[in-house]
Design a protein around this ligand. Structure first.
Ligand code: M6R
Length: 608
């Protein structure tokens, strides 16, 4: 999604803005722009394409002198990617400049009303409405004008605003789109996310919904929408700055795949204490855990796929019925939630608009909401009743890897805890499963050693047009994620199918040479999956199978076989997904694509 950076301080603003925007590139964007007060006017440069085009255009910011400015990377929603639609947007007099993340839902109505009053629009964006509306309400006091504008807009926004009349100030506001405010000894910042300003400061304020802030060299002042001052406490970010850098890897995705052993370890180790699972952060007493009658898991994309795995594991171990919903569906399907329903919202970013709306829907219906979230202090983390953090660290690549792995690890912990408290697991099985959990990070490391073999295999399929991933039970859940990973970064059409379902229609798409990736890690389903492999092979498919290390006989059935080390059948996802992440990575690399920033995608989807 779009990225915002703003700076006011003692150093030239433009290079800081450009550098900050480069740290937000991972969010996905199609154009970029900056506006800087140059001592007399607000100068603006914006362009479609990569940030490097803007860097060249401004000679890395040198052609835009000044100490106060705002910048933006745009991910198109209203109007195609173009120089004109890129942000900032200004009023006709060039006295007000605005950058915006989110969507102004009633922009058409506002635009028509402004046009009637003689305002001329140059772009197709919803954001331009804000620049003109600010002009309409501005009488010398920026905060009052912002308040009035925000009282008229519907939708979501994170805003950075400059007024020529107040040249050494930046104003910002947020609702349902993330925004932080930071300060160092030499300047003040606004940003959509921490990496943009981490180089300069670790001291930040998280802006809450419907808050306005004014920043100058001397002050940072927060207000509510009635213009009343607010007291806020800054927090210290404890991210390692190198965690947001590539650290010698060619891509963030590969780096993050390699960080999985540590990320999984960090997520599970502090929560396995002796022979028990300690999850105080759930805020649930044993009595409350015993009284849960149903769990609803709600999420989007890969987090949803983690939820599908969670369903199998929670139902299998704790014997609690689980429904899994895509957040965009859940929020509009009038879900039946009782007081003894636990709703789990899973999200890496903690800012996904549909997941956040689903959370609010669930809370509004009286359900208790648990967030499984990676970004500390994010909206979902703050609004959930309780949070089980995944300790994956910052994830930059658009395609999630380590955060997904931590989400399923967190779900294993939850399932084991619930199973024990509800008396559904034999104590010796419980102890063995804890040991299996502890072994996962080392086993993932072992799998990373297969990287060359996987690259070699991937290179054979660079020109393939269709891929099918098939599996049963948890293997089906793995297929969903493996398929998404491949298609989002390689642009190869790929589908995940429950292996037993293929013959009900989709098998007609299998022809000579079609690549089918068959997952067969579930012992109880192994013979069934073998039959499904035979079915596709006899229709000409080339089958790559992925199974447990003691199933060497798979080589008689499949054309190519990858093995995973031994673990409990509920945990195989954590191992099987690793070679398939590498497979997707090497296909994308071999096809010469932008692995970390695939077309049309954004890291954090903050619009509906
Ligand atoms: O930040 P979230 O976990 O809420 O994001 C959900 C999806 O947008 C995300 O998992 C997406 O599907 C990834 N690009 C997949 O790699």
């Amino acid at each position: 999604m779009c990225g915002i950076v703003g700076y006011i301080g003692q150093e030239p603003a433009a290079p800081i803005l450009l550098d900050g925007l480069s740290k937000l590139e991972y969010r996905g964007y199609d154009s970029a722009g900056i506006a800087v007060f140059d001592g007399a006017s607000i100068r603006m440069e914006k362009t479609v394409g990569r940030l490097r085009v803007l860097q060249e255009l401004t000679q890395n910011g040198e052609t835009m002198p000044g100490f106060c400015g705002i910048g933006h990377t745009r991910w198109a929603t209203h109007g195609c990617p173009s120089d004109t639609n890129a942000h900032p947007h200004m009023n006709r007099e060039h006295t007000i400049a605005v950058v915006h993340n989110g969507i102004i839902e009633n922009y058409a109505k506002l635009k028509a009303a402004l046009q009637k009053k003689g305002y001329e629009f140059v772009s197709e964006t919803d954001t331009e409405v804000l620049a003109h509306l600010l002009t309409e309400y501005y009488r010398g006091d920026p905060i009052k004008a912002i308040e009035k504008v925000l009282s008229r807009v519907e939708g979501s926004y994170a805003l950075g605003i400059m007024f020529l009349d107040h040249p050494h100030h930046i104003y910002a506001a947020r609702k349902d789109s993330p925004l932080i405010v930071g300060f160092s000894g030499t300047g003040k910042f606004i940003a959509s996310d921490v990496p943009a300003i981490l180089k300069h400061t670790r001291t930040v304020y998280y802006m809450e919904n419907e808050e306005i802030v004014s920043l100058s060299m001397e002050h940072i002042r927060f207000y509510n929408l009635d213009g009343e001052p607010l007291e806020k406490q800054p927090v210290t970010i404890n991210w390692d700055i190198h965690a947001a850098e590539k650290g010698g890897f060619p891509h963030f995705m590969l780096k993050e795949i390699y960080e999985q052993p540590k990320a999984i370890r960090d997520t599970i180790s502090p929560r396995i204490q002796g022979d028990d699972v300690a999850l105080e952060e759930l805020g649930l007493s044993d009595e409350q855990i015993r009284s849960i009658r149903k769990i609803n898991i709600v999420a989007c994309g890969s987090a949803y796929h983690a939820g599908v795995t969670g369903k199998y594991v929670l139902e299998g171990l704790a014997r609690i019925p689980v429904e899994v919903d895509l957040a965009s569906e859940f929020r509009y399907r009038d879900p039946i939630l009782e007081a003894d329903t636990l709703v789990i919202v899973i999200s890496q970013s903690g800012e996904t608009a549909d997941s956040l709306a689903a959370l609010r829907e669930a809370k509004g219906r009286g359900a208790k909401v648990l967030g499984i979230v990676n970004v500390v202090g994010s909206s979902i983390a703050r609004e959930a009743d309780n949070v089980l953090y995944t300790w994956a660290g910052p994830e930059i690549s658009v395609a999630t890897t380590k955060a997904y792995s931590c989400q399923i690890a967190a779900l294993y912990l939850l399932a084991l805890k619930f199973a024990k408290v509800r008396g559904q697991i034999d104590p010796s099985d419980f102890s063995q499963m804890l040991q299996d959990l502890r072994n996962l990070p080392e086993q993932v490391e072992q799998l990373l050693g297969q990287k060359e073999q996987i690259q070699f295999f991937a290179n054979r399929f660079l020109a393939t047009e269709h891929v099918f991933f098939i599996g049963r039970g948890i293997d089906y859940a793995i297929s969903l994620e493996a398929s998404l990973k491949l298609k989002e970064i390689s642009y190869i059409h790929s589908e995940a199918y429950a292996a037993g379902e293929l013959k009900h229609g989709t098998i007609s798409l299998i022809e000579n040479g079609t690549l089918v990736v068959a997952l067969a890690t579930q012992e109880n389903l192994y013979p069934k999956t073998i039959s499904n492999i035979v079915e596709v092979k006899s229709r000409g498919a080339f089958v790559m199978a992925l199974t447990n290390e003691d199933h060497k006989e798979m080589e008689h059935t499949a054309d190519y076989v990858l093995y995973i080390p031994k673990t409990n059948r509920f945990f195989t996802n954590s191992l099987a997904i690793v070679p398939l992440q590498l497979f997707a990575y090497y296909i994308s690399l071999g096809r010469g694509l932008d692995v970390d920033k695939p077309r049309n995608l954004a890291k954090s989807v903050t619009v509906e």
